[in-house]
Write a protein that binds this ligand. Structure first.
Ligand code: PMP
Length: 467
């Protein structure tokens, strides 16, 4: 008697690999993870503007490693520079020793810096992140001036280590005095424009000179030429020049935090060039490492009053980052990518402003170069508290709409970042190598996403405010 074999039962289909990876990430990684929450993507390949996920989906990446990837992902000149170091047999870890790779990086970096600044500058290689360079800058000016306090601005973002965090908007520290950063759309003085910025400068000056103002002479002032995380707020050039005059007249070192604005991003190689100011210290990171971790401060040599070893650290000699960074700096310089960012950014701002006709949820479109932000608002809600007559009051920000737009963008294969005080600013930080066609595709997808988010109150409600 033959026994009939039971028919094989097909095993249930295995869940896609990327789902397992995402599930394990949410089980194992810290609750503090950030981008991973709003972008459930498992990148496996990337080139230029495009990222491919493990599920085979492709995305246009306008987050660019939080503004790091000046040349997009895996640019051939960056890959070639990294391979060259590896193939040469050069040591990858060298502490802060001199190497040909470091020498070439420093030479290239100094060649891009404003002449007047570079001619009399020192460089300090810090720990690898932007926040490490911010800490180094604070320590430097405190050592050089013998003072303690710092002047910072409302809405600022300088990093997540203790000192940098204290200097960022939202933190409380008695050594930090926070001054009003000019904002045209939500002007703290209710008048916006040049007059609003001029009042901010006047307040700064008054506070510093008021013996009863409670602000002793500070060690330095730190400013972002365009606030990035704070919601893409460009500092007006005239205001920045005033800050330079005010600080110079009182011997207060001026620190320009160009971690996000540097390397062509805003349409000039360094954003301070728009105003022509020469700062005392520049804080540089992100793009200078060509996608690998690298951070430095460059400063006026008179401030170099540190003792040997005053600011040390194990990871200050990342050879691959220096090679990738030097290749990136040279490519941006030789190919005029700052000018390209200025022209393309202006055109994108123009196209995005035109969307306001059909999308009343776009309260403001602002930016400089390829650092662009759309502040989303609830046009039907009452405007925020009474403002002066000559400046139209802005409707309240709409973080739920911004979050829904971000998700609708993702559904359409577009990665965007959110920022601003209420996480209601959709931010675009595309690579400077963006083509005209890609720029149009980004604007089109964003417009579609806006329409979809506005049509779908459920999605908006589900998106809720970002945390
Ligand atoms: N300064 C600015 C202006 C930044 O935008 C950032 C990061 N977004 C930092 C400092 C901190 O850099 P990191 O995240 O590499 O520590």
């Amino acid at each position: 008697m033959s026994v009939t074999e039971p028919a094989p039962v097909a095993p249930p289909p295995a869940p896609p690999v990327h789902e397992g990876i995402l599930r394990r990430q949410s089980l194992r990684e810290s609750a503090a993870r950030t981008y991973a929450r709003s972008l459930p993507i498992v990148p496996v390949r990337a080139r230029g503007l495009t990222i491919e996920g493990a599920d085979g989906r492709r995305y246009l990446d306008c987050l660019s490693g939080a503004g790091t990837l000046a040349l997009g992902h895996n640019h051939p000149v960056v890959l070639e520079a990294i391979r060259k170091v590896i193939d040469s047999g050069a040591p990858l870890h060298v502490l802060d020793l001199a190497t040909p790779v470091k020498d070439a990086f420093t030479t290239e970096l100094f060649a891009t810096l404003p002449r007047e600044f570079a001619d009399n500058a020192r460089i300090q290689f810090c720990g690898p992140a932007g926040t490490d360079a911010v800490e180094a800058a604070f320590k430097l000016v405190r050592a050089a001036t013998g003072r303690d306090g710092l002047l910072t601005f409302t809405g600022a973002y300088h990093g997540m280590t203790a000192g940098a965090l204290e200097a960022s908007g939202g933190a409380r520290d008695v050594r930090v005095t926070r001054l009003p950063f000019p904002q045209d759309y939500r002007c703290p003085f209710g008048i916006g424009g040049e007059r609003g910025a001029a009042l901010g400068a006047r307040w700064t000056e008054h506070l510093l000179d008021d013996e009863k103002g409670g602000v002793p002479a500070p060690a330095g002032m730190i400013v972002e030429p365009v606030q990035g995380e704070g919601g893409v707020n460009p500092a007006p050039d005239a205001w920045l020049r005033r800050m330079r005059e005010i600080t110079r007249a009182r011997s207060i070192p001026l620190i320009a935090d160009e971690v996000q604005t540097g390397v062509g991003r805003t349409g000039a190689f360094w954003a301070v060039e728009h105003s022509g100011i020469v700062p005392d210290v520049m804080v540089l990171s992100k793009a200078i490492g060509g996608s690998l971790p690298l951070a430095v401060i460059v400063y006026r040599s008179e401030l170099d009053l540190w003792q040997p070893g005053a600011h040390a650290g194990t990871f200050r000699g990342n050879q691959l980052a220096m090679a990738a960074g030097a290749a990136t700096l040279a490519y941006v310089r030789e190919n005029g990518l700052a000018e390209r960012a200025a022209a393309l950014g202006a055109r994108m701002l123009d196209s995005l402003r035109k969307l306001r006709v059909d999308h009343p949820g776009i309260g403001d479109v602002r930016g400089r170069g390829l650092m662009i932000g759309l502040e989303l608002v609830d046009p039907e809600a009452a405007p925020l508290p009474a403002e002066a007559d000559d400046h139209a009051p802005a409707p309240p920000p709409d973080p739920a709409l911004a979050r829904a737009v971000q998700q609708e963008c993702l559904d359409r294969g577009l990665i965007v970042e959110l920022g601003g005080r209420h996480s209601a600013v959709v931010r675009l930080l595309p690579p400077l190598t963006l083509t005209d066609e890609q720029a149009s595709a980004v604007v089109d997808r964003l417009a579609d996403a806006l329409a979809a988010a506005e049509r779908s109150p459920h999605r908006r409600a589900a998106a809720g405010p970002t945390t």
